[in-house]
Ligand binder design. Structure first.
Ligand SMILES: *[C@@H]1O[C@H](CO)[C@@H](O)[C@H](O)[C@H]1NC(C)=O
Ligand SMILES: *[C@@H]1O[C@H](CO)[C@@H](O)[C@H](O)[C@H]1NC(C)=O
Ligand SMILES: *[C@@H]1O[C@H](CO)[C@@H](O)[C@H](O)[C@H]1NC(C)=O
Ligand SMILES: *[C@@H]1O[C@H](CO)[C@@H](O)[C@H](O)[C@H]1NC(C)=O
Ligand SMILES: *[C@@H]1O[C@H](CO)[C@@H](O)[C@H](O)[C@H]1NC(C)=O
Ligand SMILES: *[C@@H]1O[C@H](CO)[C@@H](O)[C@H](O)[C@H]1NC(C)=O
Ligand SMILES: *[C@@H]1O[C@H](CO)[C@@H](O)[C@H](O)[C@H]1NC(C)=O
Ligand SMILES: *[C@@H]1O[C@H](CO)[C@@H](O)[C@H](O)[C@H]1NC(C)=O
Length: 382
């Protein structure tokens, strides 16, 4: 098993070299496409975002991991497997990111739940559960550096030595320095790496092209209490609430453009017809997707990425508002956003105006997802 994995990896690497498009061999100097960094708490199905990016006009310059649904190491390894699935190993660097949120810890979070009520989905904060891990759930609580083979596509752990390093935030800072005004940051997990990059380099935010965040729900409380457990889960702003302090730092940083993809993504599901179409694709990616997907959940991260890749066609109706994040541990809304219209916005702190889609073109997003799975992609398209 081990030998086979190694062979696959080296075959992937040489294939990458062989396929590298001449234009890309000196991509630093003459690739004028806009740049994209995908930051996520990667899981088994998030590989789709890599292939969405390959189908776009963006230059995918790196994948970074963050602790959220699981610990950042496990998450980084999912990102490696995402590349491996399409023979892209070595063609896009993967950086491991922050292991812990700025202040929150599994213990503090458990105490918070006792005071303010439980999260339907707790991600890495959930208590350690050996049974769950043995059947393929990602690691939660306990040692953040452990990895869990049954969670990965194929059931083996990707080769950790292929990670480019542990400093996702430094990578973001360096990328924005190298390509000022050109780098879009896609953040589909907690905002810890983005907050660290903001703190590392005070010019980081303003020199990035934009920040697009999956999260920032508004007025979902009623759905959380009038639906079932799943409805409560779908409407809980997990990414922001996992690391509230980072969310506040990232969303009040001096980015020229911030898009919060909140509730609009909650309405995008792959239905039975979509799943049949994916089944008919019958390639490596479709098989992996069907094996690991939870179709009862919205395709949040894929939707947020389509918003980034093609705002014009994807956002059908949007608004703009100033935004703050509740960072009081003693608040039941800890980690949730508070939107304001300009004339009523706080004066004693500098808040940023964000773009907030009311609605997205659901059929277009689903079409792009299916296209990404069908086309896969090669190193030449990175
Ligand atoms: C890349 O482009 C730069 C500037 O055009 C040039 O100086 C350099 O030699 C090129 N490198 C390669 C490997 O072609
Ligand atoms: C990856 O490479 C293997 C071996 O060459 C090939 O069988 C497979 O179809 C490729 N996968 C994709 C998604 O291109
Ligand atoms: C642990 O995970 C298993 C499998 O998902 C589940 O049935 C069980 O309820 C979990 N235990 C606890 C204490 O949550
Ligand atoms: C924010 O960025 C703009 C450029 O986008 C710059 O003019 C302004 O000085 C920056 N503000 C702060 C507080 O850094
Ligand atoms: C930010 O992005 C939104 C949505 O694409 C766009 O309408 C707006 O003009 C952009 N603002 C700036 C300052 O680029
Ligand atoms: C499933 O989604 C497709 C678009 O992807 C749509 O055309 C179709 O009407 C939907 N089917 C149902 C039963 O909602
Ligand atoms: C998928 O493709 C394989 C050949 O690669 C074929 O044997 C199999 O029947 C196909 N399955 C479906 C559902 O089309
Ligand atoms: C956009 O959405 C808002 C809020 O749902 C609604 O009031 C408005 O009529 C919509 N505009 C269009 C053009 O659909």
């Amino acid at each position: 098993m081990k030998v086979r994995t190694l062979l696959t990896v080296s075959a992937g690497l040489s294939l990458c070299l062989a396929l590298a498009h001449p234009k890309r061999q000196n991509s630093t100097s003459n690739d004028s496409r806009p740049k994209l960094i995908l930051d996520n708490d990667w899981g088994s199905t998030d590989f789709v975002t890599v292939y969405q990016a390959l189908q776009s006009n963006y230059h995918l310059i790196g994948l970074t991991s963050v602790t959220g649904n699981t610990w950042s190491l496990q998450s980084a390894l999912h990102a490696l497997r995402a590349l491996q699935l399409g023979n892209l190993t070595g063609c896009v660097p993967v950086y491991e990111g922050a292991t812990y949120p700025l202040l929150n810890t599994p213990d503090l979070f458990q105490q918070w739940q006792l005071i303010h009520g439980a999260f339907p989905w707790q991600g890495a904060y959930a208590p350690y559960n050996a049974t769950a891990e043995s059947i393929g759930f990602n690691p939660t609580s306990g040692d953040p550096n452990r990895v869990n083979a049954p969670s990965f596509i194929g059931g083996t752990v990707p080769d950790q030595s292929l990670l480019a390093g542990r400093q996702a935030a430094s990578f973001m800072v360096d990328a924005v320095r190298q390509y000022p005004g050109q780098v879009s940051i896609y953040a589909a997990g907690p905002l810890t790496n983005v907050a660290l990059a903001v703190r590392l380099d005070p010019s980081f935010a303003q020199n990035a092209k934009e920040l697009v965040v999956m999260g920032g729900y508004t007025d979902t409380n009623l759905f959380q209490v009038t639906g079932d457990f799943l409805q409560a889960d779908i409407n809980n702003d997990f990414n922001l609430k996992f690391d509230p302090e980072s969310a506040k730092i990232a969303l009040s940083a001096n980015f020229t453009n911030i898009t919060l993809v909140g509730n609009a993504a909650n309405g995008v599901f792959l239905n039975a017809t979509d799943l049949q179409e994916i089944t008919a694709i019958n390639n490596t990616l479709s098989a992996a997707y069907l094996q690991y997907a939870f179709p009862v959940l919205p395709v949040w991260d894929f939707t947020a990425l389509e918003v980034l890749l093609d705002k014009q066609s994807t956002i059908t109706n949007s608004t703009q508002f100033y935004v703050d994040v509740d960072t009081s541990y003693w608040s039941p809304y800890y980690g949730e956003i508070k939107p304001y219209q300009q004339i009523l916005a706080p004066r004693a702190q500098i808040l940023k105006q964000v773009t907030y889609p009311f609605d997205v073109n659901t059929d277009l997003v689903k079409q792009k997802i299916k296209q990404a799975i069908r086309q896969a992609g090669s190193c030449a398209e990175v």
